[in-house]
Design a protein around this ligand. Structure first.
Ligand SMILES: O=C1O[C@H](COP(=O)(O)O)[C@@H](O)[C@H](O)[C@H]1O
Length: 246
């Protein structure tokens, strides 16, 4: 069963999320010298800023020098492009830090080289990723996608993948069209998985995931497959139409 943490604006979701991340950091550093985290792009990056930089009780406890930061998905664009998840993370988080984590972006030298090169970007990134990540920080799109694992027959090859850990996602329904994404085997091996979902644009997805348990939505499939290590931080707007008790 997944854990769902639901908050109103006054209850300050980013702070509670920050406490959760801190706990995962401490747990990881008890066992190893580094904390291996993979992050999403999109709205999650702003929550990272609020939780880990702007929150004055959380910020001093984040041991950035011990963090290795990877990306659960990345758009195949130059790293300084506005659509790059790395670029968003750099501008929103990294540029505000005095002590930097080790960050592992994609190799963007091949972004203009076409299909074969895109497969290579994915394969190369697979080699960069550690086998076991301590924490995956995921978003959930209004269509229930997570990472760049999109719903629908055309993208079934992504969630059906059993061996390769990073794939090229083509014809993404959300631009830009070419991306790389981690696959379910990476999630299977991760220590913990945490979603953040905020705002009314997520209501329909939340109802499908939490009431209807519609595993055609990749985020619902993650719940079904890896439930006991999955946490959701949701706000009351996103969860407004969910009727099941969590
Ligand atoms: O395209 C993407 O979208 C998802 C969801 O983004 P959000 O802004 O709706 O939260 C994100 O998790 C993923 O990393 C990103 O590439």
């Amino acid at each position: 069963m997944v854990s769902v943490h639901k908050y109103t604006v006054e209850e300050n979701l980013p702070h509670k999320f920050g406490e959760y991340v801190l706990q995962r950091q401490e747990d990881a550093l008890e066992k190893a010298k580094v904390f291996n985290v993979a992050i999403s792009g999109g709205s999650l990056i702003n929550v990272l800023e609020e939780a880990l930089i702007d929150d004055s009780t959380i910020a001093p406890k984040i041991k950035w020098n011990k963090w290795n930061v990877y990306f659960v998905d990345e758009r195949i664009v130059p790293l300084d492009h506005k659509d790059s998840n790395y670029c968003a993370f750099k501008e929103t988080v990294l540029d505000k830090l005095d002590v930097l984590p080790k960050v592992y972006p994609i190799d963007d030298s091949l972004v203009d080289a076409g299909a074969e090169a895109y497969k290579e970007i994915a394969t190369d990134y697979e080699e960069v990723l550690p086998t076991k990540l301590d924490l995956l920080l995921l978003g959930c799109g209004p269509d229930g996608h997570t990472c760049s694992l999109f719903p629908g027959d055309h993208h079934k090859y992504l969630i059906n993948e059993k061996t390769e850990r990073v794939l090229w996602c083509h014809d993404s329904p959300k631009p830009p069209s070419d991306r790389i994404t981690i696959t379910l085997p990476v999630m299977k091996d991760a220590e913990a998985i945490c979603f953040v979902s905020m705002g009314s644009s997520k209501q329909d997805a939340m109802r499908h995931i939490f009431d209807l348990k519609d595993t055609a939505m990749p985020s619902a499939l993650v719940n079904e497959l890896f439930g006991s290590k999955v946490s959701w931080f949701v706000d009351d707007k996103a969860f407004e139409t969910v009727t099941s008790k969590y």
